[in-house]
Ligand binder design. Sequence first.
Ligand code: 5GP
Length: 203
Amino acid sequence: MNKRGLLVIVSGPSGAGKGTVVSELIKDSSYALSISMTTRTPRETEQDGIHYFFKTVEEFEKMIEENGFLEYAKFCDNYYGTPLSYVEQKLDEGKNVILEIEVQGALQVKERYKDAILIFLTPPNITQLRERLEKRATETPEKIAMRMKRAKEEIKLIDKYDYIVINDIVEKATKSINDIVRIEKMAAKRHISLINTFLEGDN
Ligand code: 5GP
């Protein structure tokens, strides 16, 4: 049986509710959530080492030079990146590792890990997207406008993803992602070693 975990990437526009869905998923101990590094300033409710590792631009760029990232990207003027070592360690432990990252980073990961599953989470419509961003009230109107523009750019790349999950009800979206992971685990291509044991076992 294939013991290595799956790499599950969850992308989607700001305000799609990725954070809420991901926090539901990780209640199940078969998942591990990668904590990203960013140069963005922390929001009031955010803690270093829990929501992100908050870094200076210099610290972040040093990590780039040292090849410490699985992927990184600039999003609305800030750097965001996935530290490589944690992801590899957890995959080896058999955990399904979740990356909650934007589109450019997701596509970089797919290049490097062909087996990664790319899931795009969207709100039911664009009006709800704006409403959610405004309700969250963590960004200035200029930043909200920037994120809305970026959302439209990201939506153009949906066809590069393996699955789309519409987040109208959190429980339903969480279940859909769990279903995707369960089905993907049964994919024949993930069980080559099992197939080989059948071929070699009866000689
Ligand atoms: P926020 O500032 O709202 O926390 O995140 C902005 C965007 O950056 C979101 O789409 C989020 O998924 C993405 N993001 C968070 N961490 C990473 C990361 O490590 N790499 C990449 N490429 N995007 C990330």
